[in-house]
Design a protein around this ligand. Structure first.
Ligand SMILES: [Zn+2]
Length: 113
């Protein structure tokens, strides 16, 4: 699970997308499975962050299913989390290539609950 501002979302490490858990999205689509997958940057904007730097605005919620971050661990940003795993944030995706990933391929995907 990741957080940004006062909202949280389920992280999909394989797709590099998130599914938003905010009240607004829950009302629009109560079924999590059918809710749209958002890119990190789209979700950052959705949360009201104007940073346009999802790797620092998005934080991993400790104890939300990632072994590396048990409950009580210090909250880390996505960028720091990826860097710790030897992954780097690629060049920003071009808007005409919405599915182009920002990251180098995830060799070892973080474990999801
Ligand atoms: Zn939402």
């Amino acid at each position: 699970m990741v957080s940004c501002k006062d909202r949280t979302a389920e992280l999909d490490p394989g797709l590099q997308r998130v599914v938003c858990c905010c009240a607004e999205c829950a009302e629009a689509q109560p079924d999590m499975a059918l809710r749209p997958r958002m890119t990190f940057s789209a979700w950052e904007t959705h949360c009201g962050s104007k940073n346009k730097k999802w790797h620092t605005s998005l934080k991993i919620v400790p104890g939300s299913g990632l072994d590396a971050l048990p409950a009580g661990a210090k909250q880390v940003s996505m960028g720091a989390f990826l860097a710790r795993r030897g992954l780097k944030v690629g060049k920003y995706a071009r808007s005409d290539l919405p599915d182009k990933l920002y990251l180098e391929p995830v060799v070892k995907a973080p474990k999801k609950k």
